[in-house]
Design a protein around this ligand. Structure first.
Ligand code: SAM
Length: 246
């Protein structure tokens, strides 16, 4: 089992982050609908949709949404939340590197650093499948970390103090040879117990991304530094690319 199949099937991912991230998704969806200028009723594929926090908000706004994720625990939770919210969404448990659909989508989304988990060949395969799933003239929005900012702000140890006396320690390494950001997480609970997991993401440069997007049949059109559509700089919190399928 690789690191992401381990992490995203664990309860702690939900316990630590789901409440805050679900609230954040409402604003992000408001912003991204404007950024992409999604037509009413458009079809949307949320690739690596997790527990559906964006998919559900999009369905609430009347879009036809499909979400796919590799982690069964994420898809189970997505289905539970969609039924609780009273929205119809097609959630699929599957590998985005192997996905294929009988139709193409107006918009494809890769949100919250969900690209770059595997080796370059596998990542490219996922991008190829995303391209095949996007209708000609359709748009792919990718929301990634700003690699340059991550490197400029690099610190070997970061600590998050969370509610209830929970402390999350992250030990970071930038593997320059492979262009990967790797970090080990240790959660310390007030009762003295700990839980650990690893994380590793390929940090593509914008030039690499541009070439990869072009290679699979997208025309990269815009890059923003956040969901509000601010210009991308070395200090932007995010790297958000908009690409059109040729
Ligand atoms: C950082 S989470 C983001 C989830 C969601 N987009 C969000 O914003 O909450 C990354 C997700 O990608 C999923 N994932 C990783 N590799 C995948 C693959 N090859 N196919 C489908 N899903 C994958 C994980 O299971 C996890 O739910």
């Amino acid at each position: 089992m690789n690191w992401h199949q381990d992490l995203y099937n664990r309860q702690i991912y939900f316990d630590l982050y789901a409440e805050e991230d679900t609230k954040l998704a409402v604003q992000q969806v408001d912003d991204l609908v404007k950024l992409v200028d999604i037509a009413p009723g458009a079809s949307i594929l949320d690739v690596c949709c997790g527990y559906g926090r964006h998919a559900i908000e999009l369905a609430r706004r009347g879009y036809q949404v499909t979400g796919i994720d590799l982690a069964p625990k994420q898809i189970d939770e997505a289905e539970r939340r969609a039924s609780e919210s009273g929205v119809e969404i097609e959630f699929l448990h599957g590998d985005a590197r192997e996905m294929s659909f009988p139709r193409q989508f107006d918009v494809t989304l890769s949100l919250f650093l969900s690209f770059g988990f595997d080796d370059d060949e596998s990542n490219m395969r996922m991008l190829q499948r995303i391209s095949e799933a996007t209708a000609p003239g359709g748009v792919l929005l990718m929301d990634l970390w700003n690699r340059e900012k991550e490197i400029r702000d690099f610190a070997p140890l970061t600590i998050e103090e969370r509610e209830g006396g929970i402390r999350v320690e992250k030990r970071w390494e930038f593997d320059q040879w492979n262009g990967r950001l790797n970090w080990q997480n240790t959660v310390r609970f007030p009762d003295g117990t700990t839980e650990e997991w690893d994380h590793s993401v390929r940090a593509y440069t914008l030039v690499e991304l541009r070439h990869m997007l072009t290679e699979v049949g997208f025309q990269p059109e815009k890059v923003y530094g956040d969901f509000k559509g601010n210009a991308h700089t070395l200090d932007s919190p995010q790297t958000i690319t908009l690409s059109r399928k040729l």
